[in-house]
Design a protein around this ligand. Structure first.
Ligand SMILES: [Zn+2]
Length: 74
């Protein structure tokens, strides 16, 4: 039933969610720290993307790689 490609609405909803999370992190006092390793995120990067949640290293790994993926036993 779900469309594979995102509608503009879905994209907007996700952008809102990013802002929401950024505000949450601000209130928790962890804004500007990588949520995976806790390293400080560069100010220039935050200026470019205020909703940024991971450091450069983890950004390179992809935005949603914070969790462990199960390794298939082979
Ligand atoms: Zn990191």
């Amino acid at each position: 039933m779900e469309e594979r490609h995102e509608s503009e609405l879905a994209q907007s909803a996700r952008a809102l969610d990013d802002v929401d999370r950024a505000l949450e992190r601000l209130s928790e006092g962890v804004y500007g720290s990588c949520e995976t390793c806790g390293a400080p995120i560069l100010e220039a990067d935050l200026a470019a993307d205020p909703t940024r949640r991971v450091c450069e290293q983890h950004l390179a790994l992809g935005p949603e790689r914070g969790h462990q993926e199960p390794v298939p036993a082979d």
